[in-house]
Design a binder for this molecule. Sequence first.
Ligand code: CA
Length: 245
Amino acid sequence: MADFVLRVGSRSAQGVRPNNEDRLVVDMDQRLFVVADGMGGQERGEIASGMAVDIIPRVVQDRLAHQENAERAVNEALREANDAIVDAGKNQPFGRRMGTTAVCALHQNGKVYIAGLGDSRAYLIRNNRVEQLTVDHSVAQALVLTGALTAEEAKNSPYQHVLHKFLGCTNLMDGAEVKPFIPEAGDRLLLASDGLTNHITEDDLQSGPQRFTDPQVWADYLVDTALGRGSRDNVTCIVVVFDAA
Ligand code: CA
């Protein structure tokens, strides 16, 4: 099993919003990375994303310590975070729900386990190829998958930002799908909130590894580029580079 030295860059920018509801985790001990994008207005989005980044690493650590496999550990961590956020939302005035997206990556036993709920994304950039590893849980994307909308129509759909799966969802069904991939030397993994992905193109992602060897410099560039292109949202990303050990 190949081992890797991980280099990581990360940045979260408030942008023009009155507060930053995005949160991120870079946990080098567990090799766990999380981006969460809170929803709910006022302080509720921040509370939800704050709970996600508090609960997920704690549950993953606990489950792995009890010899649970990585896939189940991530799934359970998301489920526990979901339940806690649903509970916290019950104390909110009627109709004022709160929730958060979460996209997680855990490097464990030669694989990287990816899971996402909501529309924060994970991308793998390998040998000039860009692959989106997560599915957006937006209503618009669900309509694309059924063939009711084209990808182009979905971009302008009023349902583009309406999520049907997220943390804080009372009916999460099977929870999050956890998908593993086997990393290769030179891989770049990007986790990002929609404030970034709405303004960054596949070309930007494809050309990044040649232009930016330092993941922090690339993370800063991606955030600054999204803001420069007019993102009015919070903008957050984590870049992980897999170097041969
Ligand atoms: Ca956002």
